[in-house]
Design a protein around this ligand. Structure first.
Ligand code: NAD
Length: 253
């Protein structure tokens, strides 16, 4: 996979999966625009990478912020070839019958509206170029339910819906749009969920959950990045409107 001369934009790019994707793009020759609301981590990553990267602080739920990071990408690097629409939050772990309305709105805001706004502002650039590849981060929670995570599960099912619609709209223009469905991946997010599920013994959550995964472990951010990079590359030239699991076999068995 060679991204020499390509420009990638990664939301949620300062930490976890997005950080691994940002580094993966740069290692393979791309310029990258790291977008995140975590300015400290984003600035540090951009400084670590050097001139192949810029950081733009943005809240993906705010249209003005999204328009600004898209403009920054085009002004700085001249195009957007690859877009990893990835920022997301987990919300609280609580049954539907007790779920907090404000938390529901917050999760839908980042995970659904944020992904929609990313598509809304990046696709016009790609349409103008007549090329581009988008990868939206869904989750295995976009394919199956998980007790205690109604907002997260609903939001990730919605990401798959947005992916299918956009793919159908822009395929004829040479633009591909796919979704990824990671299983549990060792990042801050799963640590937070584990603390919510078992405040006194969060380590036990991974042990229990991993025992139900055919590969018997959580994935790494780099393993997810490998799939994102593949879907953004020319090797995936006939793949669009699809969702790919990277879950150690969790949803298969
Ligand atoms: P993470 O918390 O390490 O990274 C998420 C990043 O998104 C952070 O840098 C955070 O600052 C940023 N972010 C959150 N809200 C934002 C907003 N409103 N505007 C801009 N940036 C914002 O978690 P991660 O595991 O790397 O998650 C990345 C994506 O992968 C998310 O969409 C998540 O739902 C998805 N995912 C994660 C797992 C997992 O097990 N870790 C599994 C499936 C899907």
């Amino acid at each position: 996979m060679d991204f020499t001369g390509k420009v990638a934009v990664v939301t949620g790019g300062a930490n976890g999966i997005g950080r691994a994707v940002s580094l993966g793009f740069v290692e393979r020759g791309a310029k990258v625009v790291i977008v995140d609301r975590d300015a400290a981590a984003g600035e540090a990553l951009a400084a670590e990478i050097g001139k192949a990267a810029i950081f733009r602080a943005a809240d993906v739920t705010r249209a003005a912020d999204v328009a600004a990071y898209v403009k920054a990408a085009v002004d700085s690097f001249g195009a957007i070839d690859c877009f990893h629409n990835n920022a997301g939050i987990e919300g609280r772990v609580a049954p539907t019958a007790e779920y907090d309305e404000a938390v529901f709105d917050a999760v839908m805001g980042v995970n659904v509206k944020g992904v929609f706004l990313g598509l809304r502002h990046v696709l016009p650039v790609m349409i103008g170029q007549g090329r581009g590849a988008v990868v939206n981060t869904a989750s295995i929670a976009g394919l199956v339910g998980t007790a205690g995570m109604p907002a997260y599960v609903a939001s990730k099912h919605a990401v798959i819906g947005l992916t299918k619609v956009a793919a159908g709209e822009v395929g004829k223009l040479g633009i591909r749009v796919n979704a990824i469905c990671p299983g549990p991946i060792s990042t801050r997010m799963v640590q937070d969920i584990a603390r919510q599920v078992s405040p006194n013994n969060p380590e036990s959550v991974e042990e229990t959950y991993a025992s139900g995964i055919p590969l018997r472990r959580y994935g790494t951010a780099e393993e997810v990045a490998n799939l994102v990079l593949f879907l953004c590359s020319d090797l995936a030239s006939n793949i669009t409107g699809a969702q790919y699991v990277v879950d150690g076999g969790r949803t298969a068995a």
